[in-house]
Design a protein around this ligand. Structure first.
Ligand code: NDP
Length: 251
C-alpha cells in the first residue's frame, strides 16, 4: 500500500470535484476528502447514491458538499460549461478534480467487440474527462494549488486479452495525463497525475472477476492514502506521474 499519513485538515477550504462519487472508490474518495476538510462536489449519474453520500458527509459534520447529477455518457460541452459557470458563481475557483467514473464495457476478443459499447466506453472514460478538464481548467487557474487526478488501471499500461475498450481507454487516460502534465509543466499552480487503484473491492471488480472472493481485496477506504496525498499540498511538486495506490511508494 502507498504509505502516507494525511493530517486532519489536509484539504481544509479546498473545493474538490469527484466524478462517480456515488459508489465504490469515488464514494470513498468523496468521504475521505470531506473528512479532511474539503468541500466536495459529488458528480454522478444516480441521484439517490449521491444523496446518500451527501447525507453521510453532513451527518459526520464535515463541510457541506454539493451534488451535480450528470450522466457522462450523454453530457455535452454545454453541460460542462454550465457546470463551470455554476462552480464559478458558487466558489469562484476549483482546487481539485478526481476523474474516477468509468465504464467496464464487455470482456470479449476485439474481433467480437460491439462497436456501440466501444463508443460508449470511450465517451465515458476518455471523452468526458477530456471535455470536463478542458472546461474546468480556467476555474482551476483561480486556485493557488490545484490538482487534477485521472484514474488508470493495470490494463492501461500493459494490454491484456479481452479487456477491449476499457483497456484502450485507460491507455488513452495515461496519454491524456502525460500530454496535459507536459503542457502544464511550468504552471505554478496546476499539476496532473494518475492513480492505478489496483484490485479493489467494488461492484466493478466483482463484475470483472465474478469467481473471486471479494474479501481478498482491500476496500476503497483502504486505498485512500494516495488519493489524499495527490489532492493535498504535500504533492505540490509532483506532476506527470502515474502512481499505484497499492504500490510500495510513500510520501
Ligand atoms: P464502480 O463501478 O464501483 O463505480 C464507478 C462509479 O462511476 C459509479 O459511481 C458509477 O455510477 C459512476 N459512473 C459510471 N458510469 C457513469 C456515467 N456514465 N456517468 C456518471 N457516472 C458514472 O467502479 P470502481 O469504484 O471500482 O472504479 C473507480 C475507478 O477505478 C474507475 O475509473 C475504474 O476503472 C478504476 N479501477 C478500479 C479497479 C478496481 O479493482 N475496482 C482497478 C483498476 C481501476 P453508478 O453508481 O450510478 O453506476
Amino acid at each position: 500500500m502507498f504509505h502516507y499519513s494525511a493530517r486532519t485538515y489536509l484539504l481544509q477550504d479546498r473545493i474538490i470535484l469527484v466524478t462517480g462519487a456515488g459508489d465504490g472508490i469515488g464514494r470513498a474518495a468523496a468521504l475521505a476528502y470531506a473528512a479532511h476538510g474539503a468541500t466536495v462536489i459529488l458528480l454522478g449519474r444516480t441521484l439517490e447514491k449521491l444523496e446518500a453520500v451527501y447525507d453521510e458527509i453532513e451527518a459526520a459534520g464535515h463541510p457541506q458538499p454539493a451534488i451535480v447529477p450528470m450522466n457522462l455518457d450523454s453530457a455535452t460541452e454545454h453541460d460542462y460549461i454550465e457546470l463551470s459557470n455554476k462552480l464559478y458563481d458558487e466558489f469562484g475557483r476549483l482546487d481539485g478534480v478526481l476523474h474516477n467514473a468509468s465504464l467496464l464495457g464487455m470482456r470479449t476478443p476485439l474481433e467480437n467487440y460491439d462497436p456501440i459499447t466501444w463508443d460508449q466506453v470511450m465517451r465515458v472514460n476518455v471523452n468526458a474527462p477530456f471535455l470536463m478538464t478542458q472546461t474546468l481548467l480556467p476555474l482551476m487557474q483561480h486556485s493557488g494549488d490545484a490538482s487534477i487526478v485521472f484514474t488508470s488501471s493495470g490494463v492501461g499500461r500493459k494490454g491484456r486479452a479481452y479487456w477491449g475498450a476499457y483497456a484502450v481507454s485507460k491507455f488513452a487516460t495515461e496519454g491524456m495525463m502525460e500530454v496535459l502534465a507536459d503542457e502544464l509543466d511550468n504552471s505554478p499552480n496546476i499539476r496532473v497525475n494518475a492513480i492505478n487503484p489496483g484490485a479493489t473491492r467494488t461492484n466493478m471488480r466483482a463484475y470483472a472477476y465474478p469467481a473471486e472472493d471479494p474479501e481478498t481485496n482491500p476496500t476503497p477506504a483502504d486505498i485512500m492514502p494516495l488519493y489524499l496525498y495527490l489532492m493535498g499540498p504535500d504533492s505540490r511538486s509532483v506532476n506527470g506521474k502515474s502512481l499505484d495506490a497499492q504500490g510500495e511508494g510513500s510520501a
